[in-house]
Design a protein around this ligand. Sequence first.
Ligand SMILES: [Zn+2]
Length: 298
Amino acid sequence: MRFFDPHIHLTSRTTDDIAAMAAAGLRAVIEPAFWMGQPRTNVGTFVDYFSSLVGWERFRAAQMGVTHYCAIGLNSKEANNEGLAREVLELIPRFALKEGVVAVGEIGYDEISEAEEHAFAWQLDFARRHDMVVMVHTPHRDKKRGVERSLELAGDIGVPVEKLVIDHNTEETVEITLQSGAWAGFTIYPHTKMSSERMVEIVRRYGPERLIVDSSADWGISDPLAVPRTARLMLERGIPAEHVEQVTWQNGLDAYAQSGQIDVAALLETPVVDQSTFFGDNSVLRGQTPRVDEAARA
Ligand SMILES: [Zn+2]
């Protein structure tokens, strides 16, 4: 089976993780811009971070045979630093319209503060003006209110519901999200929150329409193989293979291919790796013999 992980922070993962993902059948990923664990103190660090999402990180994933897309946005947590947030929002048009950027994201609410709402609304309006998909982060506390307010705000601003991916859903919010007509993302966390087991039951209960499984793997305790592991458990527990494929491959592609940035036919081909190439002067290899697939030699 092949898989798509439409929410993973590869910046925080090693190249070995990416190799393991490729071996497990992950063909493509989306890396949304987010918070780094420690607050950033000046706008220049955002310039470099966004540049790495459209540059080095895409190269690094491709070196392991994984196609990398990204989403650009100011995360909700750092939206609370209002001075800095103003400067970061000015950067969004410069990066969000680049090649390989499939959405504005991840944006939304964290503490559900006024400053967060201001940055969220600004970015929703930017997405609407440029006909972009939006990846919405929902708060881990007060999730239901966060989902409801996100849907309401996006509706007020006029973002079409089919361009909206509400992520980090749980049993508490799945019906609200599905009833709105938006895509419903589920982040599978090891040990806590949404588990693979709970995801199996959600797919069983609600069917595969508009449900999307992702890992959100980052610098915290998380699992870059959450999508293939959850798929395997679904099959073991009797979920039909076509439903598993829909929630771990097709729905994510359908949602984000609306950006016009995803060559879906190319993703169906066997990935071609050429590790003899460099990014600037840099390689991911440390003296190993580069893998150069036959098709790359042609
Ligand atoms: Zn995330």
